[in-house]
Design a protein around this ligand. Structure first.
Ligand code: FMN
Length: 332
C-alpha cells in the first residue's frame, strides 16, 4: 500500500489542484471513482488573513473527500503561522505549498514557480510551515525556472525541514503547460532522495502512465489533473488496472450521470449561492471532451441558462434513443 508520510493510500492516486475545477462536488466524484487524495486549489495567505470571514464562508468540503489537502501560495513567511491558525479549525488533513504556478500574474509577485529562483525565501517559508503546521505538510514543485537546476536543492530543503512528501510536476516554469513532462527527472529525484515520498505529476493520461510512475519510477503517488478534468473516471480505470482487474466497461453516455450527480451535489450545498452556472457549464463542457459532436454539444451547453435546462440536457444525454451520436470510445 503506497504511503505518503502518515497517509496510507490504496493505490496512490491523487487528484491535482485545479483552480475553478476541483471544487468540492468534483473532488467528491473523483473520490467515488477511486482517487485516494485531493487538494483544494491555491489560496493566497494574504487573502486568508485580509478577508478571513469571506474566506471561511467560501470553504466547502464534504466528509467523502478525505484525505484533503489545502494549498497555500505566498511570498510572506510571516503570514504562514497566522494563516495556518485560521485553517486549523477547518476539515483539511494536510497543508501544501504551491512552488510551481507558472502564471505571470503569480510569478511577477515572486510566488509559485518564481520561488524556484529564490531558494532563500522558499526556505524561510518552508521553515515556517515546518515550525507551525500541526498537520502534515507537502510541497508541490516544478523542476526549475527554465532548467531543472532547482530540483535537487529544493528536495534537499524539503528533506531538511521534514516535509511529508513532495509532488513533482516534471516541467520547468517557463514550459507552462507546453512540451512534455520529463519523467526522467522524477526518476533522478527518487534515486537521489529515496527517503522522500514523491508524487509524480505531469501528462498522466492513461492507467499505463500511472503504473509507469508508480512501478518503473518508484513514486509513492501519482497526481492526475487535466485528464481527470475531462474524465473523472480515469481513477476508476487506473485502480482496476493496478489491481490487474479487467477495466470496467463504461457506457460512454454514462459520463453524464457524473454530471447529474455533480449538479445534485452542488445544488444541495447551501453555500454555493448564488448558484454558479458558468462553472457548472464549464464542468459539463469538459466532460464532453472526446465525444463526437463535442463542438456542437459545447455550443448547446453554452446556451443553457437555468439549472432546469442543465438537468434536462444531462438527462437527455442519458437517453439511448436520443439521436445525438455518442458511441465512439473515449480515451483513458
Ligand atoms: C487550469 C489549471 C489550473 C491549475 N491550478 C493549480 C493550482 O491551483 N495549484 C497547483 O498546484 N497547480 C495547479 N495546476 C496544475 C495542476 O495541478 C497540474 O500540476 C498540471 O496540470 C500537470 O498535471 P496534468 O498533466 O495531469 O494536468 C493547474 C492547472 C491547470 C490546467
Amino acid at each position: 500500500m503506497p504511503k505518503l508520510g502518515s497517509f496510507d493510500l490504496r493505490h496512490g492516486l491523487v487528484l491535482a489542484p485545479i483552480l475553478d475545477v476541483t471544487t468540492s462536488p468534483f473532488r467528491k466524484l473523483c473520490f467515488k471513482y477511486g482517487a485516494d487524495m485531493a487538494f483544494e486549489p491555491m489560496v493566497w495567505t494574504n487573502y486568508i488573513l485580509m478577508a478571513t470571514q469571506k474566506f471561511l464562508d467560501s470553504v466547502v468540503t464534504r466528509p467523502e473527500e478525505h484525505p484533503l489537502g489545502f494549498q497555500l501560495i505566498t511570498t510572506r513567511p510571516e503570514q504562514v503561522k497566522p494563516a495556518l491558525d485560521v485553517l486549523e479549525s477547518l476539515p483539511y488533513d494536510l497543508y501544501d505549498l504551491n512552488v510551481g504556478c507558472p502564471s505571470r500574474n503569480v510569478t511577477k509577485l515572486g510566488a509559485g514557480g518564481a520561488l524556484l529562483g529564490n531558494l532563500p525565501l522558499l526556505e524561510e517559508i518552508v521553515a515556517e510551515m515546518a515550525k507551525h503546521a500541526v498537520k502534515p505538510f507537502s510541497l508541490k514543485i516544478r523542476v526549475g525556472l527554465s532548467t531543472s537546476d532547482a530540483l535537487l536543492p529544493v528536495l534537499q530543503l524539503a528533506k531538511d525541514h521534514g516535509a511529508d512528501f513532495v509532488t513533482i510536476h516534471a516541467r520547468t516554469v517557463s514550459q507552462g503547460y507546453g512540451g512534455t513532462a520529463d519523467w526522467s527527472l522524477i526518476h533522478l529525484a527518487k534515486n537521489k532522495f529515496p527517503d522522500i515520498p514523491i508524487v509524480g505529476n505531469g501528462d498522466v493520461r492513461s492507467p499505463e502512465n500511472a503504473r509507469d510512475l508508480l512501478d518503473t519510477f518508484s513514486c509513492e503517488g501519482v497526481m492526475i489533473g487535466r485528464t481527470a478534468m475531462k474524465n473523472p473516471r480515469i481513477f476508476q480505470s487506473c485502480a482496476a488496472f493496478l489491481e490487474q482487474k479487467s477495466l470496467p466497461s463504461i457506457a460512454h453516455r454514462e459520463i453524464f450521470t457524473d454530471f447529474l450527480e455533480f449538479l445534485q451535489d452542488t445544488l444541495a450545498d447551501q453555500k454555493v449561492r448564488p448558484f454558479d452556472l458558468r462553472a457548472v457549464r464549464g464542468t459539463l463542457q469538459n466532460f464532453c471532451s472526446g465525444f463526437p459532436l463535442a463542438r456542437r454539444l459545447r455550443m448547446e451547453i453554452n446556451n443553457l441558462t437555468s439549472t432546469e435546462e442543465l438537468r434536462a440536457f444531462a438527462t437527455r444525454m442519458l437517453d439511448e434513443s436520443d439521436p445525438i451520436e455518442i458511441n465512439s470510445p473515449r480515451p483513458g
